[in-house]
Design a protein around this ligand. Structure first.
Ligand code: F6R
Length: 257
């Protein structure tokens, strides 16, 4: 894993936007988009570059990571609506696909989604946020590390974390459709973003802990190309921050490790 620690969420967003920008300008590509608060500044920065610096997504297709079950597409908190409002409607993607949270046959919907990702040639760059319980997508603790797209039950912790987006905590759906950890691991480059102290334990467990279904994001350690971009509070529980900084500066002092 390449670990990049930056002073502020704004610098995290700019650095993440640089990674997306470089790919999107270089060739037709497929992006995986996370929703939630963490990537919002990155999406704002990419929108700014689209409007002011000729960054076009016309050659780019996108797939969403997950969707609430039981919310129609046009519900303001469906991830379909949220990503449109926060990013997609302000730029010029060639196409954006998501899971249908109203599908009556969730197994078929999940398989169809996997098929559509495969037909698009797979995901080149997957943007990921991190749950405070170390979930990625909505693969909650004890998810199979090889899981595929499927329906999952949210933990009480995640429903509580996400209640800020709803009028009442009980409105947070109990179920989601999410790409599985096995699906996510097939993306060619994973870009994991985390900001704020509330993510610090999840970051430490995922980056430096053993690979374990208890901390689903720890499975990213097995992926050959992962970039983790953190602000200082999110990195505050990591043990090897000096080492990561030296690697970034290109001068690791190997003898100290
Ligand atoms: C959202 C998603 C989730 C979030 C995670 C962090 O599509 O897949 O894994 O990335 O819950 O959410 P925020 O960024 O709101 O803290």
């Amino acid at each position: 894993m390449e670990i990049v620690i930056l002073p502020t969420p704004n610098e995290v967003a700019h650095t993440a936007a640089d990674v997306v920008d470089e790919l999107v300008r270089s060739r037709p590509s497929v992006l995986g988009l996370a929703t939630g608060s963490t990537p919002l500044e990155t999406y704002r920065e990419l929108t700014h570059r689209h409007q002011n610096h000729a960054l076009s997504f016309a050659g780019t297709h996108a797939f969403l990571l997950d969707e609430y079950v039981g919310l129609p597409k046009d519900h303001p908190q469906s991830y379909h609506s949220v990503i449109r409002k926060d990013f997609v409607d302000s730029v010029d993607f060639a196409g954006v696909q998501g899971l249908n949270g109203m599908a009556t046959d969730s197994e078929r919907e999940a398989q169809d989604y996997e098929d559509r990702i495969a037909a698009a040639g797979g995901i080149d760059l997957q943007i990921l946020g991190l749950g405070s319980d170390a979930h990625v997508g909505f693969n909650e603790p004890m998810s199979s590390l090889a899981s595929r797209t499927r329906i999952k039950t949210l933990t009480a912790q995640t429903r509580s974390d996400n209640s800020r987006f709803f009028n009442h905590p009980e409105e947070v759906p109990k179920h989601v459709l999410t790409q599985g950890l096995g699906t996510i691991r097939e993306a060619r480059h994973l870009l994991l973003l985390a900001t704020g102290e509330s993510k610090a334990l999840a970051v430490a467990a995922s980056v430096e802990g053993p690979v374990s279904a208890l901390f689903p994001a720890s499975v990213l350690q097995l992926h050959p190309h992962v970039t983790v971009i953190l602000d200082e509070p999110a990195a505050s529980r990591l043990a090897y921050t000096d080492y990561y900084a030296e690697i970034q500066q290109g001068k690791p002092d190997w003898q100290s490790y």
